[in-house]
Design a protein around this ligand. Structure first.
Ligand code: COA
Length: 260
């Protein structure tokens, strides 16, 4: 598939999706959101893709937010629609993919950019990264899940402060808050994400999908995550990966998972 606003590259089990509008600091316009949806969907359906990495092009920005020029004249109805469509097409979609998604945050991750990073399953950041939800400085609030995912990751008080001040935190603070898992120099960022991805790839992809589903259940209103875990655990017993994993252990050899 060819794209205008993003790049998608597959190597050794990893699909790396790069948002590629560096002149606009990779801001998320409608077309980019649609292309990201398509690229994530294609990668998730590609049996050779075991891990997806999402990053931004250039050394300045991961994503500097939703494209402000596109919604500056929206009314109440259009505003609500923008958030609803974006959440469905990209942010909830990414969170619920069965393929692990790592966000490699390579600079500014603001507004929709931080929301995209937070929708990924976990995040690594370069030491120059800056993160924040500045929407209230524009007279609006985060609309791509930021008010929900930020407190899940950093706690309610820190989320309240970040949203109310519209301020940015640096990478070390984000690490300290638990918003990102690792901080590293920018040239080492993708190699680190790939190293983590290769560790993930040694394990059963079907078990990992069940685990993502069960962990996400903890954050769904009205869903009993323990019950979801019980069902997901049971599902694993019907897979070829389970047979291979347990047999390999008992035979004292490395498992070679078929991913089924
Ligand atoms: N939407 C649309 N365009 C954006 C953008 C966004 N969220 N963020 C940056 N851009 C554009 C700028 O308009 C500028 O375009 P131009 O060269 O055609 O004028 C270009 O990207 C470069 O940005 P600029 O502001 O000149 O870079 P900077 O280094 O001075 O500042 C930021 C960097 C990130 C601090 C600043 O761009 C910014 O505050 N962006 C908006 C962040 C935001 O509020 N995001 C939440 C949106 S809901």
């Amino acid at each position: 598939m060819s794209y205008n606003n993003i790049l998608s590259d597959h190597q050794n089990g990893i699909t790396t999706i790069t948002i590629n509008r560096p002149k606009k600091l990779n801001a998320l316009n409608k077309a980019t959101i649609q292309e990201l949806h398509d690229a994530f969907d294609a990668a998730d359906n590609d049996e050779n893709t075991k891990v997806i990495i999402i990053t931004g092009s250039g050394e300045k920005a991961f994503v500097a937010g939703a494209d402000i020029s596109e919604f500056a004249d929206f009314n109440v109805e259009q505003g609500g629609q923008l958030a609803a469509e974006g959440q469905e097409l990209l942010f909830d979609f990414v969170q619920n993919l069965s393929t692990p998604v790592i966000a490699a945050v390579n600079g500014f991750a603001l507004g929709g950019g931080l929301e995209l990073a937070m929708a990924a399953h976990f995040r690594v950041a370069s030491s120059n990264a800056k993160m924040g939800l500045p929407e209230v400085s524009l007279g609006v609030i985060p609309g791509y899940g930021g008010t929900q995912r930020l407190p899940q990751l950093v706690g309610k008080g820190r989320a309240m402060e970040m949203v109310m001040t519209a301020g940015m935190i640096d990478a070390e603070t984000a690490l300290n808050y638990g918003l990102v898992n690792h901080v590293i120099e920018i040239e080492e960022l993708l190699p680190l994400a790939e190293k983590i991805a290769s560790k993930i790839m040694r394990n059963s992809s079907v078990a990992i999908s069940e685990a993502i589903h069960a962990i996400n259940a903890n954050y769904e209103a009205g869903v009993n995550g323990f019950n979801v875990e019980i069902e997901a655990f049971g599902n694993c017993f019907g897979t070829e990966d389970f047979v291979e994993g347990t047999t390999a252990f008992l035979e004292k050899r490395k498992a070679d998972f078929p991913g089924k």
